[in-house]
Design a protein around this ligand. Structure first.
Ligand code: KG4
Ligand code: ZN
Length: 328
């Protein structure tokens, strides 16, 4: 099955052509970074406008780059939530128009399912059952993936998402948006023992909390001289605390559910230090860690195409609408 997939839930417009949920023929991503960076975060209205400006060009390019013809596309897939309402609406409207004109089925995909299904675009995806750790700008979740029709939410953040904490800490330190990659770069030269930040809810099940950590970093920054702020040390200690928190809960989930495979999903998983720490810790605990390339960690349409083909939890009703607050 050849699927043309559209993703527009936040600040990246992406269109992909994917075969059988496993093979990427094209995966184009138009970043809106330059538009949002001066504002220090995503401005929803500007995001929707930009999606509307570029989406038709990306659809055409994705088809051309895939070396296919519209007649050979079997279905149109699109993210229906969670995400920014106006941004989602642009993708859904384009997908509906395309499906109607071409008389092809329309498949609605949950964005978080998409992050999990990015793993099926690699040569060796995890086998069932596995635990997916999803950490992005809007979500931090542990999910037990039992089959293509069974996803169980084991725990999630009660407040800020891990990526959101990276973005907010970066802002306080005067680093550009999105904060994750900049904090990671600064942390390379930092000392992870310079400050001690708290691991929140360490003994409270599989829930996360990152707002206390963010506040603790902000308080530390306020107490220090802004002229000689040890940015690298703060970044290293903050990043290490996030990684230790994520690993602690992931290991706990593996132990509780007797699972030995973990799939790392979402933008925060692009962090190389996190991948290294997880690999080391997991080896000692006989757990297998599955990664995807950076481009498949952050938002992209190929993962939506993969989920559209393989997941049994998609929407197949041609009339669906946006669901911004959608849960897993
Ligand atoms: O999955 P994603 O592209 O979009 C959402 O669905 O939210 O994730 C974006 C988030 C941002 O918060 C960004 O700061 C974070 O992922 N991120 C990182 C890194 N690259 C992106 N966080 C830590 N380290 C990175 N290298
Ligand atoms: Zn995402």
């Amino acid at each position: 099955m050849r699927v043309l997939a559209i993703e527009s839930s936040c600040d990246d417009t992406s269109v992909a052509v994917v075969d059988d949920g496993r093979h990427i023929r094209s995966n184009l991503i138009s970043s809106q970074l330059k538009i949002h960076q001066p504002h220090g975060g995503v401005v929803p209205e500007l995001a929707s406008r930009r999606h509307a400006e570029v989406i038709h060009v990306l659809i055409q390019k994705a088809i051309t780059e895939a070396e296919t013809h519209v007649d050979d596309i079997d279905a149109i897939a699109v993210t229906y939530g969670p995400g920014l309402e106006g941004a989602l609406l642009v993708g859904i409207t384009a997908a509906k128009a395309l499906a109607h004109t071409l008389q092809k089925p329309l498949i609605g995909v949950n964005h978080l399912h998409g992050h999990i299904y990015a793993h099926y675009l690699t040569d060796s995806p995890p086998e069932f059952p596995f635990i997916a750790l999803i950490a992005s700008g809007g979500h931090t979740q542990l999910v037990l993936v039992e089959s293509h029709s069974s996803l169980k939410l084991l725990g999630q953040t009660r407040d800020d998402a891990a990526g959101e904490a990276f973005d907010k800490v970066a802002r306080v330190l005067g680093l550009p948006y999105p904060g994750g990659p900049h904090v990671e770069k600064e942390a390379e030269a930092g000392n992870i023992n310079a400050f001690t930040f708290p691991i929140a809810m360490k003994h409270d099940g599989l829930e996360f909390s990152f707002s206390g950590l963010k506040t603790s970093v902000i308080q530390t920054v306020k107490k220090l001289d802004s002229e000689t702020l040890p940015v690298a040390d703060i970044c290293a200690c903050f990043q290490d605390t996030v990684i230790r928190t994520l690993w602690h809960k992931t290991k706990k989930a593996c132990d509780e559910y007797g699972v030995t495979q973990v799939a790392l999903c979402g933008g925060v998983m692009a962090n190389q230090t996190l991948q290294t720490v997880f690999k080391e810790e997991a080896a000692a605990a006989s757990i297998n860690i599955f990664n995807v390339p950076k481009v498949l960690c952050t938002d992209n349409a190929a993962m939506i195409g993969a989920a559209a083909c393989l997941s049994e939890l998609t929407i197949r009703d041609q009339n669906f609408y946006t669901t911004p607050q959608l849960k897993l």
